[in-house]
Design a protein around this ligand. Structure first.
Ligand SMILES: NS(=O)(=O)c1ccc(Cc2ccc([N+](=O)[O-])cc2)cc1
Ligand SMILES: [Zn+2]
Length: 259
């Protein structure tokens, strides 16, 4: 049986096929700002984002989320990272209602959705596949989404075409130039960072998480567009509540780039 988010294949069952689910550096976690240690080393070497426009970005529906594959040389470095990490893909997790959907929580509060920009350590490894199971292999930006009355312009290029990837294994090319930098919050200097894992199987403990304090704002219509995506072919269930609930921080250090 393949893993998913239902009752018989959801997060509580993943440990059967992926024992690392019970590991000591699993993600997501509940972010408790008062428990974070403000670390000036994070600001001495500021997080730097050098994203470039994607000439033709592929948007696909793998059945459990919606994913954009990146081909350009978009890289990040600094902050908690050693070396340069290259953007590989981005995807989202969302709820069936606005009260839930994010994977990381903030003082126990869930956001309606969470955007993940996935990077691999291009200084040390030659591909995402090689980096995916290394302790310093990946770096993922976690960005909370909150509802506002205005649509998010950067996401609009994607939410306007989600109907074309409504069913599993559908994919389209976004022709007009797209720079993923439009997905970042205005202030990327305020974030929390900790050592964690992929939040879906194979749950590799290979991710340096960077979760931004500032959410991006999306409209209710844009959330409805995500909730209209289907897990399979026409008539299959909608993709909703594709989030893993938080795991214990254990004796990991949660660091903050700000006071
Ligand atoms: N949600 S998340 O932690 O940002 C995340 C990021 C990337 C991936 C993609 C992925 C990672 C690994 C594999 N694999 O090894 O078979 C397949 C897919 C899965 C999950
Ligand atoms: Zn994710």
């Amino acid at each position: 049986a393949t893993w998913g988010y239902g009752n018989d294949n959801g997060p509580a069952t993943w440990v059967k096929s992926f024992p690392v689910a019970a590991g000591t550096r699993q993600s997501p976690i509940d972010i408790v700002p008062t428990a974070a240690k403000c670390d000036t080393k994070l600001t001495e070497n500021p997080l730097t984002v050098n994203y470039s426009p994607e000439p033709a970005m592929e948007l696909c529906n793998p059945g459990l989320s919606v994913k954009a594959n990146i081909k350009s040389k978009s890289v990040i470095k600094g902050g908690p990272l050693e070396g340069e990490y290259k953007l590989e893909q981005f995807h989202l997790h969302w709820g069936s209602a606005d009260k839930q959907g994010s994977e990381h929580t903030l003082n126990g509060k869930m956001f309606p959705a969470e955007l993940h920009l996935v990077h691999y350590n291009a200084t040390k490894y030659s591909s995402f596949g090689e980096a995916v199971d290394k302790p310093d292999g990946l770096a993922v930006f976690g960005i909370f989404l909150k509802i506002s009355d205005k649509p998010h312009q950067g996401l609009k290029s994607l939410t306007d075409v989600l109907s074309e990837v409504q069913y599993k294994d559908k994919s389209i090319n976004i022709k007009q130039e797209y720079n993923p930098v439009c997905l970042l919050p205005d202030n990327i200097n305020k974030y929390w960072t900790y050592l964690g894992s992929l939040t879906t199987p194979p749950l590799c403990e290979s991710v340096t998480w960077i979760v931004f304090e500032e959410p991006i704002e999306v409209s209710e219509d844009q959330m409805k567009a995500f909730r209209a995506l289907c897990c399979g072919e026409c008539g299959s269930a909608p993709i909703v509540d594709n989030y893993r609930p938080p795991l214990p921080l254990g004796n990991r250090q949660l660091r903050a780039s700000f006071q």
